[in-house]
Design a binder for this molecule. Structure first.
Ligand code: SAM
Length: 214
């Protein structure tokens, strides 16, 4: 993804420390305290501009949401949505998903969302895919027993790869759709990429998998 530099992004983020949590590793094991309640915590890895996570947080006030995004110039778009709409159950982190197990304790998270993750189609970049086994191991570590991974994409190659990678890792596939927008799935909240690609006529693939072996 091309990322446009925004020189004001850093200041805007540091001006909103109650939404974009600074020094997130210091809250490992204490995320319930950050939200001030015992509600389950769902994270989205690669949140982008935040339409999905902000929509989910507004739709489900009994769930706490954390959006994780590598680039601050992208995250500021999510921050603008969170700040404008005053969404108490939404926090954002400007971190790399590679650090997830340093930020969250074992079993601290109930669900991981992956939406339109970068496909990294070249075989030599396989390890960067967010459904590669090393990332699955991190999700498994921070997820509760029976915790779930929900993934959607327009990219057939990445979807096929992810089905195989999750199954080989031992995650149980509990839902697969090869055409989400023509399925019986209700309450879908579209991401920015989903709007763009479905608007171009692309089918959207979606899966849910459960962590069984803990
Ligand atoms: N989920 C959004 C959507 O569907 O509109 C954005 C999709 S975009 C293709 C993928 C996003 O994941 C980018 O914003 C990228 O910066 C972010 N990303 C990729 N690898 C990441 C990582 N290791 N940690 C955190 N964010 C990551």
């Amino acid at each position: 993804m091309r990322v446009r530099n925004k020189p004001w992004a850093n200041d805007y983020i540091t001006d909103h420390p109650h939404i974009v949590i600074q020094e997130p590793k210091s809250f490992k094991g204490k995320w319930k305290e950050v939200f001030g309640n015992d509600h389950p915590i769902h994270i989205e890895v690669g949140t982008g501009k935040g339409q999905f996570i902000a929509g989910m947080a507004k739709q489900n006030p009994e769930v706490n949401y954390i959006g994780i995004e590598l680039f601050e110039s992208v995250l500021v778009n999510a921050l603008q949505k969170a700040a404008d709409d005053h969404i108490p159950n939404l926090k954002l982190l400007n971190v790399d998903a590679a650090d997830l197990t340093e930020i969250f304790d074992q079993k601290e998270i109930s669900r991981v969302y992956l939406n339109f993750s970068d496909p990294w189609p070249k075989k030599r970049h396989e390890k960067r895919r967010l459904t590669y086994k090393t990332f699955l191991a991190k999700y498994e570590e921070i997820l509760v027993k029976g915790g779930e991974i929900h993934f959607k994409t327009d990219n057939q190659g990445l979807f096929e790869y992810s089905l195989k990678s999750l199954a080989e890792y031992g995650l149980k596939l509990i839902y697969v759709s090869l055409d989400l927008h023509n399925s019986d799935f209700e309450d879908n909240i579209m991401t920015e990429y989903e709007e763009k690609f479905s608007g171009m006529g692309q089918k959207i693939y979606r899966l849910e998998a459960k962590c069984m072996n803990k």
